[in-house]
Design a protein around this ligand. Structure first.
Ligand code: UT7
Length: 385
């Protein structure tokens, strides 16, 4: 029997901070309204040159440094995201290239805010079956790019960021001990984002765009999502705790998807658990969707809240509708990484970029020698048609 242990973790938040007061300059809202209804004070916004893949790379590089794992030892890269740069290539393939994870497969996973829970489950199962031995599971979002900055019901909630964990197989029991993954597609319209946010699809024509899709931004029925979330958070925690053969008393810490403090307060009440069992950081980062659980995990570790042998619950919910949870047996103590060690590890990624450029260059030279069109030219030709 193989168990998928979390042996590394990392988070990356863009530098730019958007406060509630900043938002009050943009839409009809106030710091008081946002904070009392959501618990959010501020969120981060990706810089012009940052993308979902660059954020994901930063988080993954940090997680690999903690795990002390060379990128070439990775078997799989999963990026859970709702804001990939392209439908394909997957953001995960870009991260694979940035990392120089030369032996790894890579794919994106779309399950909205539950994506990290789903991805953790997929990677853990692949490790448990022996199909792979190592994986990096990343949640990364640039939600600011798909936000309707005129809709005060949504734009006050979301933020950008990325978080990652490195998983490794072991015969020692630990890691993901039980899980539940659920969906209810009948509620898909409660929280949605059309897949055409970069370019309208010509096939669908202007009629489609006029029909409520012209903005290609997130739309949400906040009240209904709120009601759904309070129910599924408490239910799925109860399910995974029972599946793991534990009781709620055995749980040391719960790291929920960070959407709204009131959702978690309500779930805590239903489960008769004190709020201090739940780790929250939504006040400083807002709702970062797939990234929220791994970012909160990193902060919980930094705050000294995680100890070997702790029983930890991750629980997520979101668009789809999707939801899920898992019980993790925590078994790794945080290690201090020296400055030199960290810088030396960063140098690997500069070399990986150099190798990637060389491969691209080689492909162009090869195409020229064979007289075949180089890939970019072919794309441009197609566009001209
Ligand atoms: O990752 C999962 C995704 N999403 C979620 O988890 C979101 C779940 N939902 C929520 O968190 C909450 O529903 C919101 C925070 C989005 C909204 O809070 P609410 O307490 O459900 O407010 P509401 O939608 O019932 O609106 C109450 C009032 C309305 O005014 P009226 O009709 O009572 O006059 C809204 O127009 O608050 C108004 N309102 C605002 N006022 C100031 C809505 N947004 C704002 C705002 N600032 N930003």
């Amino acid at each position: 029997m193989r168990y998928a242990h979390i042996i590394g973790w990392g988070a990356y938040l863009p530098d730019k901070v958007l406060t509630n007061d900043d938002l009050a300059q943009m839409v009809d809202t106030s710091d008081e309204w946002i904070y009392t209804r959501t618990g959010i004070r501020e969120r981060r916004i990706a810089g012009e040159k940052e993308t979902t893949a660059t954020l994901a790379f930063e988080a993954a590089a940090r997680a690999l440094a903690v795990a002390d794992l060379h990128p070439s030892q990775l078997d799989l890269v999963i990026v859970a995201t709702s804001t990939p740069e392209y439908i394909f290539p997957a953001s995960a393939a870009r991260v694979q290239d940035y990392l120089g994870a030369t032996r790894a497969g890579a794919f994106d996973l779309a399950a909205a805010c539950s994506g990290f829970i789903y991805a953790l489950n997929m990677a853990s199962q692949a490790i448990a079956t022996g199909s792979i031995d190592t994986a990096v599971v990343i949640g990364s979002e640039t939600l600011s790019r798909v936000m309707d900055w005129e809709d005060r019901g949504t734009c006050i909630l979301f933020g950008d960021g990325a978080g990652a964990v490195v998983l490794k197989g072991s015969s020692v029991p630990g890691g993901l001990m039980s899980s539940t993954l659920r969906a209810d597609g009948s509620g898909g319209d409660l929280l949605s984002l059309p897949a055409i946010y970069h370019n309208p699809i010509p096939m669908l024509g202007p009629e489609y765009l006029r029909n409520g899709h012209e903005k290609n931004t997130i739309s949400m029925n906040g009240r209904q999502v709120f009601r759904f979330a309070t129910r599924v958070v408490s239910e799925s925690i109860a399910v995974v705790v029972e599946k793991a053969g534990l009781t709620l008393d055995d749980i040391d810490i719960i790291i929920p998807h960070q959407a709204n403090v009131r959702i978690i307060e309500s779930a805590a009440k239903r489960l008769k658990l004190p709020m201090d069992k739940f780790f929250m950081n939504v006040d400083r980062v807002g709702n970062t969707s797939t990234a929220s659980i791994p970012i909160a995990l990193c902060e919980a570790i930094e705050a000294g809240k995680m100890h070997p042998d702790d029983n930890v619950v991750f629980v997520g919910f979101g668009g789809g509708l999707t939801w899920g949870a898992g019980v993790i047996k925590w078994d790794v103590m945080p290690r201090d990484i020296s400055f030199v060690g960290r810088e030396w590890k960063r140098a690997r990624y500069t070399m990986a970029r150099g190798r990637s450029r060389l491969r691209k260059f080689g492909r162009r030279i090869g195409a020229r020698l064979l007289g075949s069109p180089i890939p970019d030219a072919r794309l441009k030709d197609a566009e001209k048609k």
